[in-house]
Structures are given as structure tokens and as C-alpha cells.
Write a protein that binds this ligand. Structure first.
Ligand SMILES: O=C[C@H](O)COP(=O)(O)O
Length: 250
């Protein structure tokens, strides 16, 4: 399982860089603009420069409206600024058809510019609270649009977590559908270390966190700390070893 960490700007990205050996993807966002809030192009560029070259930089395009042209152009902006993972939160899409239309535009805009870029279609585990597409529709939306991964996060950061809205067996189905479509499955949403056993068991490819590696577990007031990133990775590694042993014993 890959570890994606979301700093809120250049200063925190430098903290991530200090823990680079413990993480896989640095995800640029602007949490005060929403759960998948987009940051400025110059921030993405500066973070790309601050993070070791072998660590991909991801950028969120925002909690986007159903405006395919606007979103495609914004996604290209993220790619031009140096992000190779382009994450789109389909906040304003209420049907799978709308979501496929938005993501198809993103895939074309991004891959025309950079064919090896990795496009992530993200929905929300708590979609019922904001009226957007059902979380379990995401793997098919990602497949139909030519995206590379399907992701879930939570839209409302009020302390409720991924599994509060999409229980483990439904997350397992999400992963199964994503894999069946040849996609990676990414899961986030106030994930804590205690969730890692389940996320490992169900075959999650990427886990995204912020709060869990911030001081005090506070994604807003706390700051990302390298020692917390290292501790979170150690837990991931422990669960990966335990899972491998269990599978080998079957
Ligand atoms: O993409 C991952 C998100 O930033 C997760 O943030 P969170 O762990 O604070 O919910």
C-alpha cells in the first residue's frame, strides 16, 4: 500500500520531504478551500522543487462543480505546474454521467500534455450529505473516463471517518470493482492508524492521510511532523507483514 500525505503548503511539504523515505506521494491541497481544495499553481511548482525528485507530487484540482471545461482547464494547470498525480473531487456531480463527462475532459487535457500523468477520480464517502454521486459508482466512473484510479475521501471533515460512511465490506467492494476495471483503489477520510489493518486486508492500493500525521491528530490546527509520518509508515509496514503471514498460512 502506498502512503499519500497531504501538506497544506510549502512549509509542510518541507516537513514531508524530511520524512521522504517513509512516504510515497506528496499531495498538494489547500484544506481551507475544502476537503480536496486546490492550491495555487506556484505552490505546486515550489513543492515539486522541495520534494525529492523520485517522489511523485499529486495536486487536487478542487471540490469541483459540474463544469467540464472549467475543470479540464484547471487539471491541465495542475499538470503544467509539476503534478503528475491529478486528483479531482467530483463534488458537483450528482449523476455518474456528469462525473464521466468531467473526468473524460480531465483525462484528455492532462494526458495530451503528459501521457504518463496519473488521473484520480475522487468521490466522497459521505456523498449522501452533499448530494453527489454514490461512492460505489466511482470505479465505473473512473473506468469509463479513462482515469487511472478511483478514490474516496470524506467531504465534511467533522471527525467522522471513512468507515463511518462506507463500512469496511463496502470499501472492500469498492477495491474489488476498481481492481476488476484495472484501476488502483485509493481510500482516505480521517483514516487513523487503527484503520490500517482493514485497509491492508481489503487490498487498498493508496491510503491518503493528513490529520493522522498532524500534531494532535488535528488536520487544521496541527502541523505535519516527520516523526508522525514515520510512525504511521511503521504501522503500515507492520500490518503488511502480518497480512503477508496470514495469506501465506492459508
Ligand atoms: O487525501 C487525503 C486527505 O488529505 C485526507 O485528509 P484527512 O486524513 O485529514 O481526512
Amino acid at each position: 500500500m502506498l502512503l499519500l500525505i497531504s501538506p497544506d503548503g510549502v512549509e509542510e511539504a518541507r516537513e514531508c520531504a524530511k520524512a521522504a523515505e517513509h512516504l510515497d506521494i506528496v499531495d498538494v491541497k489547500k484544506p481551507d478551500e475544502g476537503s480536496l481544495g486546490a492550491n495555487f499553481p506556484w505552490v505546486i511548482r515550489e513543492i515539486r522543487g522541495a520534494v525529492p525528485a523520485d517522489k511523485p507530487v499529486s495536486a487536487t484540482v478542487g471540490d469541483v462543480p459540474y463544469k467540464p471545461g472549467t475543470v479540464a482547464q484547471a487539471a491541465l494547470g495542475a499538470a503544467v505546474s509539476g503534478a503528475t498525480y491529478i486528483k479531482v473531487g467530483l463534488y458537483g456531480c450528482s449523476t455518474p454521467e456528469q462525473a464521466v463527462e468531467v473526468m473524460s475532459g480531465v483525462v484528455r487535457a492532462v494526458k495530451d500534455f503528459r501521457p504518463d500523468a496519473f488521473v484520480v477520480a475522487s468521490g466522497y464517502a459521505d456523498a449522501h450529505r452533499i448530494g453527489c454521486v454514490n461512492p460505489l459508482a466511482l470505479p465505473d466512473i473512473a473506468r469509463r473516463s479513462g482515469s487511472d484510479a478511483a478514490m474516496l475521501d470524506t467531504a465534511v471533515k467533522d471527525g467522522t471517518r471513512l468507515f463511518d460512511h462506507v463500512p469496511p465490506d463496502a470499501c472492500e467492494e469498492f477495491v474489488r470493482q476498481a481492481h476488476g476495471a484495472g484501476l488502483l483503489a485509493a481510500l482516505a477520510g480521517s483514516v487513523k492508524a487503527e484503520d490500517l489493518g482493514t485497509l491492508t486486508r481489503i487490498g487498498t492500493d493508496i491510503v491518503g492521510v493528513r490529520g493522522a500525521v498532524c500534531e494532535g491528530g488535528d488536520r487544521n490546527a496541527g502541523r505535519i511532523r516527520p516523526r508522525l509520518v514515520a510512525a504511521f509508515r511503521a504501522e503500515m509496514d507492520r500490518h503488511a507483514r502480518e497480512h503477508a503471514t496470514t495469506v501465506a498460512a492459508r
